[in-house]
Design a protein around this ligand. Structure first.
Ligand code: A2P
Length: 281
């Protein structure tokens, strides 16, 4: 919100000054979309100097009531080549940041610390044939970036994205993104139709009726996912994984992947899968 970032010369030069970043790390909101009463996404201007790898996160926030920055880690949901930055957020009604952040509108400013980091990057995985993206809730965000990243398709023959949410409406951001991706002319030109055909989207819900019900963890353990997709089970020779969800989810998927023989990697030591926790404000 504009009133949260002091505009130094607001009294003398109100209208143009209100648009100008007042803090070194201020960025302007360009678009906001509310998906449910618990979820929204927004786009902001990108600092010219910001370089990041698709899948990484940055600290973003607003000025708190005490005048100090109130920042949380957010995965960048847009790909590294995009002119703007996109974020996908939960709304927590009594959350210190998201109780305020959920009210931002185009033209408002947020704080963005331009220091991207994270483990959900291609460099942290050994070469493979099939990549699995496992997400719950807003954990979809880094995969929204990686699904729009040409390198994902250069590296793999198949891209499986699983997304587990409580309700159908919570899948909508991801569902629409994947549908648009396959129809958008820019994306088709950039990534290629044959590459976009590598995407296997596997959404599930746990608390509302939908075509695929259940936690992805259970569906992996009982083999339903492989049967549904008509593919071989996960194999350390061919499969790679990236995981982003709640702490419990990350822990459970990690165990499952390890049971399939995959090992957790890192930027400094690439292996077969990597894990990031979902960041909520
Ligand atoms: P469930 O409804 O069975 O708890 P949340 O909204 O709490 O962040 O959860 C998002 C989705 O992730 C829900 O569908 C939830 O299922 C699922 N989920 C939560 N924890 C786990 C876990 N440890 N393993 C698999 N799925 C999980």
């Amino acid at each position: 919100m504009t009133e949260m970032l002091p505009v130094t010369n607001a009294a003398t030069d109100a209208a143009p000054a209100a648009k100008k970043p007042a803090l070194p790390d201020a960025q302007t909101v360009t678009q906001v979309k509310h998906w449910t009463d618990r979820l929204f996404s927004f786009r902001v201007t990108r600092p010219q100097t910001l370089r990041f790898r698709s899948g990484e996160f940055v600290m973003i926030g607003l000025l708190g009531d005490n005048g100090k920055p109130l920042l949380r880690a957010y995965s960048i949901a847009s790909p590294a080549w995009d002119d703007e930055l996109e974020f996908y957020s939960i709304k927590v009604q009594d959350g210190p940041l998201t109780s305020k952040l959920q009210h931002i509108q185009a033209g408002d400013q947020i704080i963005l610390r331009p220091k991207p980091v994270g483990t959900l990057v291609h460099d942290a995985l050994l070469p493979g044939k099939r990549i699995w993206f496992f997400a719950t809730g807003t954990g979809f965000a880094p995969f929204a970036s990686l699904l729009r990243e040409p390198e994902t398709y250069e590296n793999y023959d198949e891209v499986v994205i699983t997304h587990t949410c409580r309700e159908v409406a919570e899948l909508e951001y991801g569902r629409q993104l994947i549908e648009d991706l396959k129809q958008d002319e820019l994306m088709i030109e950039l990534i290629g139709e044959e590459n976009l055909a590598k995407i296997r989207y596997y959404p599930t819900t746990t608390r509302e009726e939908s075509p695929r019900m259940g936690r992805i963890t259970d569906l992996l353990k009982n083999g339903t996912v492989f049967k549904d997709l008509g593919i071989d089970p996960i194999n350390p020779d061919t499969d790679r994984g990236m995981v982003c969800g709640s702490l419990d989810f990350n822990k459970d998927i990690k165990t499952i992947l390890e049971d399939f023989g995959l090992r957790e990697g890192a930027n400094s030591e690439p292996k077969e899968f990597v894990v990031e926790k979902a960041f909520v404000g």
